[in-house]
Design a protein around this ligand. Structure first.
Ligand SMILES: Cc1cc2nc3c(=O)[nH]c(=O)nc-3n(C[C@H](O)[C@H](O)[C@H](O)COP(=O)(O)OP(=O)(O)OC[C@H]3O[C@@H](n4cnc5c(N)ncnc54)[C@H](O)[C@@H]3O)c2cc1C
Length: 452
């Protein structure tokens, strides 16, 4: 009854860490933040060294098992799960190895919070941070990593200098723009398909002293988008996001802009807000320290933990829409869904990016210079029927998004078939397929996306 016994452990060379067959340990790795998909692994590796990851990956590949890394388990659709194989728990692999003047070297299991704990005392920061800081660096780099400064600096994957990785054949490589470039280009945003990331060198920039945050309210999506486009064009916002939420059952449209500044050199609000058509009486302006700015999501998490929504299912739906059809497509989708389809404290995020800033080859974006994120950040109740309904909606939305020229962000709670993945990667599919054969010929790595 315990499938774990079927692993021929005697054939495994001694490890620096531990391969656990414990039911509780395996059950923890069978779940994720989505609480939608559950797959029980045969074992969980807590690696003591990169050699452990290499040995176990090679051993698994030779024996026909699958392997996936698990960072913080915040994916929403079983992407770090494996049923016929081994989950590699990266949480103990998060050392901060070195902080330089413009870079930091970390274990892939490090979280963005731990990166900041090492960099902020030196007044340094990664240029792009995810809104939520308790994601692992490796988990984020395997998908992209979008944040409020992406319109300027691209994805987290665009701000990586070097990676140490273990391929599906259990070989350890260092890769960068200069060395093993093919590997570097397919591992970043590569959905864990070609190699596992064990160590990352991330670029750092000077951390601003202060962040002046403007929360502006709009009557509808068109006026919100018009001002977002204006701000993007004028380059006025250091951080630019926006959301549509329904605290009282009616959609409310909100723009969030942050302007960084030095202490004692406050931005001129009139200049920052010039030409914007928001309902100024409802505008909220706060002056925050940079730390308060990067930790802003913590308050939201605290609220969701209090209401229980943090522990419920999260059938998230994340997409990028082409700028040419963003307002029209998002408005049509919003007209067809109800506020309860994202949950009591759920929200729809909607904001523009300049595609030029995004250079990671495997980050898939719609055509055009400007694209919009359009995400249904759903917090379900405990009602399983509601979860089913949200998942059905995700499925029904897919062809609509594709027809509008949009693409999914692969962190969505949504099963793509291999041919839909092929469609997703489009012109890059031949590169994806040949990199798979080259670096993971046994198709051992990260089966949770079902790409192959
Ligand atoms: C509350 C919340 C807020 C979020 N905010 C943002 C945001 O602002 N921007 C954004 O872009 N995303 C955001 N996300 C999505 C998030 O970036 C991804 O889900 C990310 O993959 C989660 O990282 P993790 O460490 O929890 O990864 P896991 O869930 O542990 O893993 C995710 C995937 O990455 C793979 N993986 C993990 N570690 C490695 C590794 N070392 N090498 C190779 N593959 C690996 C796993 O096998 C799996 O396929 C958010 C998610 C949550 C839950």
């Amino acid at each position: 009854m315990n499938e774990a016994r079927s692993l021929p452990l005697t054939e495994l060379p001694p490890l620096d860490g531990e391969l656990s067959l414990d039911t509780e340990v395996r059950a923890a790795a069978a779940d994720d933040f989505g609480h939608v998909v559950e797959r029980m692994p045969l074992a969980v590796l807590r690696p003591g060294s990169v050699q452990d990851i290499a040995l176990v990956t090679r051993w698994a590949a030779d024996n026909g098992w699958k392997v996936a890394a698990r960072g913080q388990g915040h994916s929403t659709f079983g992407r770090s799960q494996v049923d016929t194989g081994i989950v590699i728990d990266m949480t103990g692999f998060g050392d901060i190895h070195r902080v330089g003047e413009d870079h930091i070297v970390v274990g892939a299991g490090a979280t963005w919070r731990s990166v900041l704990a090492a960099t902020l005392p030196r007044k340094l920061t990664p240029p792009v941070l995810t809104n939520y800081l308790d994601l692992s660096v490796g988990g984020t780099l395997s998908v992209g990593g979008i944040g409020g400064t992406t319109h300027r600096y691209g994805m987290a994957t665009d701000n990586v200098r070097e990676l140490e990785v273990v391929t599906g054949e259990g070989k350890v490589f260092t890769c960068s723009r200069e060395e093993n470039t093919e590997l570097f280009d397919c591992v970043r945003a590569g959905l864990g398909q070609f190699a596992l990331i064990t160590r990352a060198t991330l670029s750092l920039v000077a951390a601003p002293d202060r962040a002046r945050r403007y929360a502006l309210v709009y009557p509808d999506l068109e006026s919100l988008a018009a001002d977002q486009r204006l701000l993007l064009r004028k380059g006025r916002a250091d951080h630019l996001q926006g959301s549509i939420l329904a605290p009282d059952g009616r959609w409310r449209h909100q723009l969030e802009m942050v302007v960084f500044h030095a202490s004692g050199d406050q931005p001129d609000d009139d200049a920052v807000l010039a030409g914007l058509a928001d309902d100024r009486a409802q505008a909220q302006i706060d002056d925050l320290s940079y730390r308060e700015y990067v930790e802003a999501f913590d308050k939201f998490e605290e609220l969701l933990r209090t209401t229980g929504e943090w522990a419920n299912a999260h059938p998230w739906w994340l997409t990028f829409l082409p700028g040419s059809a963003a307002e029209e497509t998002a408005a049509a989708v919003l007209a067809d869904i109800e506020p309860q389809d994202v949950g009591v404290h759920g929200l729809v995020t909607f904001y523009p990016l300049t595609v030029d800033a995004i250079r990671t080859p495997l980050v898939t974006m719609p055509a055009g210079e400007v694209v919009f994120t359009f995400n249904l950040i759903r917090f379900a109740s405990t009602d399983t029927q509601q979860v089913g309904h949200m998942l059905e909606q995700n499925r029904a939305l897919y062809p609509r998004i594709r027809a509008a020229g949009g693409v999914v962000y692969p962190v969505s709670a949504f099963p793509l078939t291999p041919s839909e993945w092929e469609e997703h990667f489009g012109a890059r599919w031949p590169v994806v397929r040949s990199a798979k054969e080259r670096f993971d010929p046994a198709h051992c790595l990260t089966p949770g996306y079902e790409v192959f």
